[in-house]
Design a protein around this ligand. Structure first.
Ligand SMILES: Nc1ncnc2c1ncn2[C@@H]1O[C@H](COP(=O)(O)OP(=O)(O)OP(=O)(O)O)[C@@H](O)[C@H]1O
Ligand SMILES: [Mg+2]
Length: 257
């Protein structure tokens, strides 16, 4: 680990789907311990870009540097190995398991591993799950409660806790609040800052521009597969963001890329 310089640098990322140029040479930099907002209209290329970073798609062009090294993120497993975790909108939780069961799905802590009978160490998993949720400042109803019974915000917390288990350096959140009521969305929106306080960098995709203004340090705007703005959050506002998203012909000075 280099621990110096930006955490993530994308340089000229290109992605085509048949005749569709979904990403047309996108470059951006994510500094360590910061939150980057990624915004743009439907079809702008946001999900495609994060799928390139999370290893779900291979780019057709461009380079990626992560933690000081040039990398080829060949699949999601490799992304996790180098410290990149992604929480997708659909969360992919198992409703019939409790929080600990979901957090440890596929990596259960086994007490007696010999032979065909594996006894899961339920106490260790519950303790670890509570600790992970605690890192997010969350408490869940008693252990054993199926996540299908939890609120949308609690489910989001479980999904993020699962992502934190591997101690990632980068957590990508794709539309974490889109399905939530206002008070729950408020709580979920505190998570990027909580993660940053623990040294984790965050990329947040959201259509709710006020949320992006509230919790990010920088904002990148995509339009039709191109980066059209790269802004210091403190130096922009709702009106300017909308202008970039919809693509007014007005020329804006600072930040126009
Ligand atoms: N698997 C795919 N196959 C073919 N075309 C795709 C695929 N994924 C994305 N696209 C196309 O690439 C472009 C970018 O899509 P993408 O999903 O990245 O947009 P987005 O910014 O995430 O939009 P939204 O806000 O609606 O989620 C769109 O034209 C889309 O139709
Ligand atoms: Mg998308």
């Amino acid at each position: 680990m280099s621990n110096q310089g930006p955490l993530l640098e994308l340089d000229g990322i290109v992605k085509r789907f048949g005749g569709v140029l979904a990403l047309d040479g996108v470059s951006l930099t994510l500094e360590r311990g910061t939150v980057l907002g990624l915004i743009g209209d439907n079809g702008a290329g946001k999900s495609t870009l994060i799928k390139v970073v999370s290893g779900a798609y291979q780019p057709d062009g461009g380079r990626i540097r992560f933690d000081g090294q040039q990398v080829r993120i060949v699949n999601p497993r490799y992304a996790k190995t180098i410290g990149i975790e992604t929480v997708y909108q659909d969360l992919a939780l198992v409703d019939t398991l409790d929080a600990a069961g979901n957090i440890f799905l596929g990596r259960e802590i086994v007490r007696y591993g010999a032979g065909p009978v594996k006894v899961l160490n339920k106490h260790a998993m519950q303790r670890s799950a509570r600790e992970l949720l605690g890192r997010l400042g969350l408490e869940l109803p008693s252990s054993g409660t199926e996540v299908g019974m939890l609120s949308g915000g609690q489910r989001q917390s479980v999904a993020i806790s699962r992502a934190l288990y591997t101690r990632p350096q980068l957590v990508i959140l794709d539309e974490p609040t889109s399905a939530l009521a206002v008070t729950e969305a408020r709580k979920v929106l505190e998570m990027p800052r909580t993660l940053v306080a623990q040294g984790v960098a965050v990329i947040l995709i959201s259509h709710t521009l006020q949320d992006v203004l509230d919790v990010t340090d920088r904002i990148v705007v995509l339009r039709k597969g191109r980066k059209v703005a790269d802004l210091d959050t403190g130096a922009t506002d709702l009106e300017e963001l909308v202008t970039y998203i919809v693509g007014s012909e007005r020329t804006r000075g600072a930040g126009y890329a």
